[in-house]
Design a protein around this ligand. Structure first.
Ligand SMILES: *Cc1c(COP(=O)(O)O)cnc(C)c1O
Length: 376
């Protein structure tokens, strides 16, 4: 069944490209991650609009599939998403509290991830002022030097009985720097430090594993796993990808033209053919997240034939060398679609060509696409 969600979608004829998001595949990926992480429970990381795919649709589908816990980066993401879900969803804000945000966070029943003693004080003071006990997650830095209480701060917080009379510990968490590298020595070191630091705090469920961490030994799974990227079909590490693909992106042809031998194509005239050929221009560009670093490197597909990007990626259009396709007897014209993400080209392929990671391709996917959500 194809569910069209008009609110999120621009009619196809008015756009240059169509993004298809398979919610059933996201649910299947969630179930696979649940099985792999068990007996730990599995949350869903839906920050950055569910990695660009639509937080409302994704979180709704996952909640219907039994997911209870959701992680976002910013409080405003939780505030806008929570009311769209059925009651019972638990939200954690990874970046924790900004000064002035405490009341809104507490009013909405959202759990901040406390990353520093300053954030701990903001939350404790609000609880004291209101005369209530407020739940918090506490993040400890087990060796990434990004977010979380350092060892000395953990000792200070652990000794602060006043804090724990105002704040109940809902979760102790940390984050792996190399979760996608099963052979990295830092993983075991981080696990050891995490357990030692968590052990100083009052008893609470523990959470360490992102997508990659779920595919590390069971000791890394804790009580609550926090996958993001693998829900959306990306490989958790360098091994063959066990996840189901979730996104498909097709861009439309807006012009096909002949080029002479030696004729320059695109800004800077950086592409030339030795023989005459055919160039197709498609209606997608770097303003849609199809990165300029794909200039003269990336490609698209039609009938399984690779169509190399010819010249530089422009803001709203890309030129493809389609000579090989035409020479094999296929035609291509105004309104026809070429595949940018799908069975012939994965997010991993595009990320490699662009010199980046699948996360950046996903979260950069533009707002100008016709979007279709498929539900099982
Ligand atoms: C983004 C994030 C995750 C999810 O990571 P993936 O690699 O996408 O699975 C989990 N935990 C924290 C703290 C994060 O910032």
């Amino acid at each position: 069944m194809t569910v069209e969600i008009p609110k999120a979608s621009i009619p196809k004829a008015l756009t240059g490209a169509s993004l298809t998001i398979d919610l059933a595949a996201i649910v299947a990926n969630y179930r696979l991650l649940c099985a792999q992480a068990a007996p730990a429970r599995t949350a869903a990381v839906v920050k950055a609009n569910a990695y660009g795919l639509g937080a409302e649709q994704v979180a709704g589908a996952l909640q219907r599939a039994g997911c209870r816990d959701f992680f976002v980066a910013h409080l405003h993401e939780a505030l806008s998403l929570k009311p769209t879900l059925a009651p019972g969803a638990v939200f954690y804000v990874l970046n924790g509290l900004q000064p002035g945000a405490q009341a809104a966070c507490a009013d909405a029943g959202i759990i901040p991830v406390i990353n520093s003693l300053e954030q701990a004080k903001l939350w404790r003071d609000l609880a004291a002022e209101r005369g209530v006990v407020l739940p918090a997650a506490v993040q400890v830095d087990s060796g990434m030097a990004r977010l979380g209480l350092m060892a000395a701060d953990v000792a200070v917080l652990a000794a602060d009985t006043d804090f724990f009379s105002h704040v109940s510990l809902a979760l102790v968490m940390s984050h792996l720097a190399c979760g996608d590298e099963p052979g990295a020595a830092s993983n075991a070191e981080q696990l050891g430090r995490f357990e030692a630091l968590a052990g100083q705090l009052p008893p609470a469920p523990r959470s360490l594993a992102n997508s990659g961490g779920i595919f590390l030994p069971v000791g890394f799974h804790g009580d609550l796993a926090r996958p993001g990227v693998s829900l959306y079909g990306c490989a958790p590490n360098d091994a063959p990808n066990p996840m189901r693909p979730v996104v498909r992106l097709d861009a439309r042809v807006i012009q096909v033209r002949q080029v002479a031998a030696g004729e320059g194509v695109g800004y800077g005239l950086t592409y030339h053919r030795e023989r005459p050929g055919q160039i197709a221009t498609i209606a997608i560009g770097y303003a849609d997240g199809w990165l300029r670093s794909l200039s003269n490197v990336g490609g698209a597909y039609s009938h399984g034939i690779r169509l190399p990007i010819a010249g530089r990626v422009s803001m709203d259009s890309i030129t493809l060398d389609v000579t090989a396709l035409i020479e094999q007897g296929f035609t291509l014209g105004l309104g026809d679609e070429v595949e940018l993400l799908g069975p012939h080209q994965t997010l991993e392929d595009v990320a490699r060509d662009a010199g980046t990671i699948p996360y950046e391709i996903l979260t950069g996917l533009g707002q100008r696409f016709h979007r279709t959500y498929l539900e099982g």
